[in-house]
Design a protein around this ligand. Structure first.
Ligand code: ADP
Length: 631
C-alpha cells in the first residue's frame, strides 16, 4: 500500500542523453499505472528511478509522503519484475522464491508460509520442487512474479514482463497480472511498448515520447480525448485516420474540408464548442482525425456523407476493415496516401477493388490538431474563449453586462475582440451566467457558463446548479483585447524571470561544543541576482547541487516567480519603476531590474526606485544550459 509523487523528475545520463524531462504525477494507493510509448522514450529509466536503480538528476520522488531520492533500493519497499526474469537455474522454484527472504534472515517458518501463499495465488504450488528449465515461459514468469510478491512490497514495478512470451500466452498472462493486482491490492507500475497491454491493464496510462510525458489519463479518456496527434495515433487499432484540412465557420455551421478530396461537410458549431476559434476561419491548416469505427459503410448511419474508392478489404471475422481513399483519383491507394482511410465495416462486407462507395462519418467524433504543433485545438479544458466587447470610457460592454474597467485598462473607445482565459473566470461576481454543463476533467470540475451569447469555461470548487443562472467574475488583469488582429491590451505578465548564480562561502558561526561556545567554520550559500544577494537555505542549496552537480557554482540559473512572490522592502534587488497598473483590488508595479522587467504586487504608492525582496523558498529555479528545473 503506497502512494507515490513524482515531482518534476529529470534524468540526464552522464553521456548527456536527456532521457526523462519534467515528469510530474501523483499515483494513488492501489492504482495500476502503465507507462507506454515507443522504444527509447524513457519508460524504463523512469521505472528504474522509482526503484532506486538509477539516480534522479533533478526533482523529487516521494513514497508515502517521504522523499526517497537518496534511499537505497532495498529500503524502498519496492519489488521489480523484469523482462528477463533471470531465475537461478540450479535452484527449485521454491528456492528461487525463498532466496531473497533468506538473505534477509527471515525465520524459516515465515519464509515457508510466504512462499506457499504466493505459490497458491499464482497457481504454481505443484511446481514448487521443479527446476526452472522444466517449466514453460509463462510458468517461469509466474515464478518471477512470485519472487516479487513474497516480499510483500508497497509497490510492484514490472518492466515489460511479458515481451518474451508468445502472443497467446501474453494475452493469458495479461489477465493473470490484472487479477494479481486485484488480489494483492498494492500499487502497480507497469512498463510496456504495447498499447493494447496498456489499454487493457492500466487504471491510468502515461503515454511518453522522446522523454516527455504526452498525456496521463484513463484508457477511456485517452481514446476519447487525445491531447495531441501522437496520442491519438498511438491509442486504438487500427490507427486513427488523419487528413490535412481546414475548418471554416459560416454562422452556426462549420465546413470541414479534407485537402485533395471532395470531402466537404457542414457540421453544427456545437461540435466545435471547445475549439480555438482562430482555427475556424478557413485559412489555418489543421489535421483532422477520425477513427475507423466512427466511419460507416452505411451512408444512412450518420448525416455526413462522403465518397471513397476501395483499395482492399481485410476480413477479421468479427468485422472487416475497408481500406479506401477519399481522393477518388488517387494513383496509389495501397501505400500511405495522405487521403487514405480505413473504415470498420460489418463482417462479411464485400466491395470490389476500385469501386466507389458512399460512407457516412460521425463528425461528433472528429478530432482536430494544429498542423504544426500537432496538439489538439479543442482541449478538454479550453485555454481561452473569445467574445466581442465594446469599450466606452471606463465601461466595457461584454458578456451581456456592463463591466467597470480598472485604471490599468483604458483603450480607445470602440469594438474589440476580448480573449478570456479559463483561469480568469470565477464564480461570485456581478455578471449573470447560466450553468450549461458540468464535467469532471481529471478531478477538476469544469463548468460551461453562458453569458450573453458566449460560452465561457471555469474551474470551480463548489457546487453549481445545472440550468440555473449564477454570478461570475472575470479577472480583468488576465484578459487580452485585440482590434484588427492587433493586441491593444495585454494581460499582466505573471511569470517573472531573472538570471543569476549561486555561490558558496565560508562563515564563522558560534556553536555549543561540549558545553562550551566555540567558533566553527561552516559553508553557507547565497543567490547572486542582478547585483543583489539573497541567503539560500542549505536544504535548497543541496537540492540544486544534487541536480546541477558541483559545477553548478558559476552556472547561469533562471529564477522564476510571480508578482505575489516578490515584495517591496528595504533591501534586495534594485529596481526602477517603469509603470504602475491599477486593477482596483490589486495594484502592480512594473520594475526594471538589470535588463529585465519584473511585475510586483504593491500595497500603495511606490517611489521611482525600489528594493525588491524575493520569497526565496518559493522560487522556481532552472538550470539554463540543460533546460532542467532544479527546484
Ligand atoms: P524505454 O524504456 O522507453 O525504451 P529507456 O528509458 O530505456 O527507454 O531509454 C531512454 C533514453 O535513454 C534512450 O535514448 C536510451 O538510449 C537512453 N539511455 C538509457 N540508458 C542509458 C544509459 N545507461 N546511458 C546513456 N543513455 C541511456
Amino acid at each position: 500500500m503506497a502512494n507515490l509523487k513524482l515531482n518534476h523528475i529529470y534524468k540526464v545520463y552522464p553521456n548527456g542523453v536527456k532521457a526523462v524531462n519534467d515528469f510530474c504525477m501523483d499515483i494513488e494507493d492501489k492504482e495500476f499505472i502503465v507507462f507506454v510509448g515507443p522504444s527509447g522514450c524513457g519508460k524504463s529509466t523512469t521505472l528504474r528511478m522509482i526503484a532506486g536503480l538509477e539516480e534522479i538528476t533533478a526533482g523529487e520522488l516521494r513514497i508515502d509522503d517521504m522523499v526517497v531520492n537518496d534511499v537505497e533500493p532495498k529500503d524502498r519497499d519496492i519489488a521489480m519484475v523484469f523482462q528477463n526474469y533471470a531465475l537461478y537455474p540450479h535452484m527449485t522454484v521454491y528456492e528461487n522464491m525463498a532466496f531473497g527472504l533468506r538473505l534477509r534472515h527471515l525465520p524459516k517458518e515465515e519464509i515457508d508460509r510466504k512462499v506457499r501463499e504466493a505459490a497458491h495465488i499464482l497457481g504454481i504450488t505443484e511446481y514448487l520442487d521443479r527446476k526452472p528449465k522444466a517449466m514453460s515461459g509463462g510458468q517461469r514468469q509466474r515464478v518471477a512474479l512470485g519472487r516479487a510478491i513474497v516480499r510483500n512490497p508497497k509497490v510492484m514495478l514490472l518492466d515489460e514482463p511479458l515481451s518474451n512470451l508468445d502472443a497467446k500466452l501474453r494475452t493469458a498472462m495479461r489477465s493473470e497480472i490484472s487479477k494479481l493486482h486485484h488480489k494483492l491490492q498494492t500499487t502497480f507500475i507497469y512498463v510496456t511498448h504495447d498499447q493494447v497491454e496498456a489499454m487493457t491493464m492500466g487504471t491510468r496510462i502515461v503515454v511518453m515520447k522522446d522523454g516527455f510525458v504526452q498525456q496521463i489519463d484513463t484508457p477511456r479518456n485517452l481514446y476519447r480525448f487525445p491531447g495531441n496527434k501522437f496520442v491519438a495515433g498511438f491509442i486504438g487499432t487500427p490507427q486513427m485516420n488523419f487528413f490535412n484540412g481546414t475548418l471554416t465557420q459560416h454562422g452556426n455551421k462549420v465546413t470541414v474540408e479534407f485537402d485533395n478530396t471532395d470531402v466537404k461537410l457542414d457540421a453544427p458549431i456545437e461540435i466545435f464548442h471547445k475549439a480555438d476559434r482562430s482555427y475556424l476561419d478557413g485559412t489555418k491548416p489543421v489535421i483532422l482525425g477520425i477513427r475507423a469505427e466512427h466511419i460507416s459503410t452505411n451512408p444512412e448511419q450518420y448525416p455526413y456523407r462522403a465518397k471513397c474508392r476501395v483499395s482492399h478489404v481485410e476480413e477479421l471475422g468479427t468485422d472487416c476493415q475497408v481500406y479506401a481513399d477519399f481522393n477518388l483519383n488517387s494513383e496509389d491507394v495501397i501505400g500511405e496516401s495522405p487521403t487514405r482511410v480505413i473504415i470498420k465495416a460489418p463482417a462479411g462486407s464485400y466491395y470490389s477493388v476500385d469501386s466507389v462507395i458512399q460512407v457516412s462519418l460521425d463528425l461528433t467524433q472528429l478530432h482536430f490538431f494544429d498542423a504544426e504543433t500537432e496538439t489538439t485545438i479543442a482541449p478538454r479544458i479550453p485555454q481561452e474563449v473569445v467574445t466581442q466587447a465594446i469599450v466606452n470610457g471606463s465601461k466595457l460592454d461584454a458578456l451581456n453586462a456592463q463591466i467597470e474597467l480598472p485604471e490599468a485598462i483604458r483603450p480607445e473607445n470602440g469594438e474589440y475582440s476580448m480573449y478570456v482565459p479559463t483561469s480568469a473566470v470565477r464564480l461570485d461576481g456581478s455578471i449573470d451566467a447560466k450553468v450549461l454543463e458540468e464535467e469532471d476533467v481529471n478531478g477538476q470540475r469544469l463548468v460551461h457558463l453562458q453569458a450573453g451569447n458566449t460560452v465561457l469555461f471555469a474551474i470551480v470548487d463548489k457546487n453549481v446548479q445545472l440550468g440555473k443562472t449564477t454570478k461570475i467574475d472575470i479577472d480583468l488583469k488576465q484578459i487580452r483585447l485585440e482590434r484588427d488582429g492587433e493586441v491593444v491590451v495585454q494581460p499582466l505578465n505573471l511569470n517573472n524571470v531573472l538570471v543569476g548564480t549561486i555561490s558558496k562561502h565560508k562563515v564563522k558561526v558560534e556553536k555549543e561544543v561540549d558545553g562550551k561556545t566555540k567558533k566553527v567554520t561552516e559553508l553557507a550559500f547565497s543567490f547572486d541576482i542582478c547585483g543583489a544577494s539573497f541567503d539560500c537555505p542549505k536544504e535548497l542549496a543541496m537540492r540544486l547541487i544534487n541536480g546541477g552537480g558541483q559545477n553548478i557554482f558559476g552556472k547561469n540559473l533562471e529564477f522564476r516567480f510571480t508578482p505575489y512572490q516578490v515584495h517591496v522592502g528595504d533591501v534586495g534587488l534594485e529596481g526602477t519603476v517603469d509603470a504602475c497598473s491599477d486593477y482596483g483590488k490589486e495594484k502592480f508595479a512594473q520594475c526594471v531590474v538589470g535588463d529585465k522587467k519584473v511585475n510586483v504586487l504593491v500595497n500603495g504608492e511606490v517611489g521611482e526606485t525600489v528594493r525588491l525582496n524575493l520569497d526565496v523558498e518559493a522560487l522556481e529555479i532552472h538550470e539554463t544550459d540543460r533546460a532542467i528545473r532544479l527546484a
